[in-house]
Write a protein that binds this ligand. Structure first.
Ligand SMILES: [Zn+2]
Length: 77
């Protein structure tokens, strides 16, 4: 006879440290809010970005923050 045991895995939210179930739709974050906070860390340079960002939406976000200088024509004069 084998004992039936529920194997619900719990991991901690990388943003706030709260326990999150792997079945949660916001996994690995506890909430959509924490997910956005984590993304914000990336945008502000808390984490090192080693690969180029190809998502135009992300580039637009960074442009608003002044991270990327787009269309930099040399100022003559
Ligand atoms: Zn969280």
């Amino acid at each position: 006879m084998h004992a039936r045991k529920k194997s619900a895995r719990l991991l901690r939210c990388p943003t706030c440290g709260m326990l999150v179930r792997t079945a949660d739709e916001d996994f690995p974050f506890c909430s959509d809010r924490c997910r956005k906070i984590d993304l914000g860390k990336w945008a502000t340079g808390v984490y090192k970005i080693s690969s180029p960002i190809l998502d135009p939406e992300v580039l637009e976000d960074l442009g608003e923050l002044g991270g990327f200088g787009r269309g930099g024509e040399p100022d003559e004069g």
